[in-house]
Design a protein around this ligand. Structure first.
Ligand SMILES: [Zn+2]
Length: 165
């Protein structure tokens, strides 16, 4: 149903090897089940590491429920190669402590699978996560589409500050 190969978006990507219907569970996001406390610790460590090395990277920690997180960084978790898109064709579905990547529209054979990473908008570090998804409405940064209005308000404020001067 899918395979990992080099992507035009970023590093590697996951691609459909056959046509996929809407609402199909495609690939399970697997990894190490850890407590929320451990998850927060690992997230912070990785963020600090990326900041120090001036490199961008992914944190791969998902919330399973109120108590547990899932660390999807092991290489056997092929779902970690799925890229973010501003116009995704998949979404993350969490049920019974399992994380599935599910199609939200019909996907053609050969198309790259993408989902919305759901990053919150943070005016201080959004620029660290450029988006190159190539969709016609790409906003330019990896920001959850639920938070695009915050980004747009931020930009508007910057523009009005400039015009006032
Ligand atoms: Zn984009």
């Amino acid at each position: 149903m899918w395979k990992v190969k080099k992507s035009l978006v970023h590093g590697h990507g996951v691609f459909a090897t056959r046509q996929i219907k809407k609402n199909e569970q495609i690939i399970q996001y697997i990894g190490e089940k850890i407590t929320k406390k451990e998850g927060d610790k690992r997230s912070n460590n990785r963020i600090q590491k990326y900041l120090k090395s001036n490199k961008t990277g992914s944190v791969y920690i998902f919330e399973l429920n109120k108590k547990y997180d899932l660390d999807g960084s092991p290489l056997y978790n092929k779902a970690r190669y799925i890229n973010h898109s501003c116009e995704p064709n998949c979404e993350v579905e969490i049920s019974n402590e399992k994380i599935w990547i599910k199609s939200i529209k019909k996907i053609r054979k050969g198309e790259e699978l993408t989902y919305d990473y759901g990053y919150e908008f943070d005016k201080d570090d959004y620029k660290d996560h450029e988006c190159k998804c190539g969709s016609k409405d790409c906003i330019g940064f990896i920001i959850s589409s639920d938070e695009w209005f915050k980004y747009l308000n931020h930009i508007k404020k910057l523009v009005s500050k400039k015009t006032k001067k």
